[in-house]
Design a protein around this ligand. Structure first.
Ligand SMILES: [Zn+2]
Ligand SMILES: [Zn+2]
Length: 408
């Protein structure tokens, strides 16, 4: 089950409920839209019911998402959803279990009063723990691991001290006796909320027109000046995009990230190099010898098996274009996978594309990629009833899987 959280409309104060992955705050009362963003992962709290107490917030790191493994000669994946106490506090539970799913959370904001215990659990340690869950032979034969389509957040459990006991402030029940209060030194706590949420008006920074998007969109579109914007680090940044022309009517444009890279640790400079390294059974045209290598990734969430297929199929198809069409009046599928996550896919794409896995998998640990340019490419798909089909490259996507991906 998904985490939900509540936030007030900055315009009229009406409460709005969103899912963990949603960022577009659309108010049904006043009609105003805003976009939530922050420079690092979102900080939530379980709502407390102890308004007259001095609240102490205990931090839990949370990870929800898919872990992909290239192990032996196989690429596997596993869905993981965990919370882990981020600071050693005696007597309280190590994990929040299902509690965050049971009630809408609140975002930490400047007016949140209390003492915040700092999390000393680095994200890398949580991810390391996450990757070991359910893993039998641990890292044997492991060539690569990636975390994609994930949500990492910090969730606080509100507590307070009363009559030498530590209380859970959500349910107002004691959790552990305390001999001499809670042992908190000044280095381990913060008096001010440790995190800053930025609320952006969904207005195009260039022309002032309303930006368009779904609740779970990570890229917003201006239909007036035709620009696309990705929210990152507390602001909207311009994203280069291309709408690749195609034949057909009633087309839906699905977004893909095209990432042109330089590579070290592997002689992979051009698209021709990629076809040779991955041993594709196809003729290599001369012009591909000079075409810098670009990886393609879906810019939307979809089940992990299909995601791997699309990484491979889109990168091998490597759609070409001589010009871009305008966004105007196009039916655009929302971008729900940020470019930062798409940039974690290169080794998976290489692994998924390779015909001779034994040749390529052992090389994965020492390969490094650097993104030189990033383009959001909208590809036209035709609806044939059950599937979306890309006429030129013949990439197909099951329609149910596409809509189900919105709930991942
Ligand atoms: Zn409102
Ligand atoms: Zn605009």
């Amino acid at each position: 089950m998904d985490i939900r959280f509540q936030h007030q409309c900055p315009q009229c104060g009406a409460p709005i409920e969103l899912k963990e992955s949603e960022r577009l705050l659309q108010c049904d009362y006043c009609g105003v839209s805003n976009y939530l963003c922050a420079s690092n992962h979102f900080h939530f709290t379980l709502p407390h019911s102890a308004p007259d107490k001095d609240i102490i917030y205990a931090p839990y790191m949370r990870f929800k998402g898919n872990v992909f493994f290239c192990q032996g000669i196989q690429t596997n994946f596993r869905f993981v959803d965990v919370t882990q106490l981020g600071s050693p506090i005696n007597g309280i539970q190590r994990s929040l279990g299902f509690r965050p799913q049971a009630m809408p959370l609140q975002l930490i904001h400047p007016a949140t009063q209390g003492t915040f215990i700092k999390s000393s659990l680095p994200q890398s340690m949580l991810l390391n723990k996450v990757s070991q869950i359910g893993q039998e032979s641990e890292d044997k034969g492991l060539h690569h691991r990636a975390y994609i389509g994930d949500a990492t957040s910090l969730i606080y459990l509100p507590l307070y001290v009363h009559e030498n006991k530590l209380y859970d402030a959500v349910v107002n029940e004691p959790v552990t006796p305390l001999k001499s209060g809670l042992d908190l030194n000044s280095e381990s706590v913060e008096d001010k909320p440790p995190w800053r949420l930025t609320v952006l008006a969904t207005i195009c920074p260039v022309c002032g027109w309303n930006l368009e998007g779904e609740k779970d969109s990570v890229v917003l579109v201006c239909r007036n000046c035709g620009k696309t914007w990705e929210a990152a680090n507390g602001r909207f940044s311009l994203v280069d995009h291309v709408v690749i022309p195609d034949i057909g009517t009633n087309l839906t444009y699905l977004p893909f990230w095209k990432m042109t890279v330089t590579t070290s640790g592997l002689p992979l400079k051009t698209f021709a190099d990629f076809l040779k390294i991955s041993r594709q059974p196809r003729a290599i045209f001369d012009e591909w010898e000079n075409e810098p290598m670009s990886f393609w990734s879906p810019a939307f969430k979809i089940r992990p098996k299909l995601f791997l297929n699309l990484l491979r199929n889109a990168t091998i198809a490597h759609p070409t274009y001589s010009h871009s069409e305008s966004l105007e009046r196009k039916q655009l599928f929302p971008v729900t996978l940020p470019s930062s996550e798409a940039a974690q896919t290169f080794k998976l794409t290489l692994a998924a594309s390779s015909i001779k896995k034994n040749d390529v998998f052992p090389l994965l640990p020492r390969v490094r990629f650097n993104v030189e340019s990033l383009t959001l490419a909208y590809l036209a798909f035709m609806d044939n009833g059950h599937e979306m089909v890309q006429p030129c490259s013949q990439i197909t996507i099951n329609k149910n899987a596409l809509s189900f991906g919105r709930y991942l």
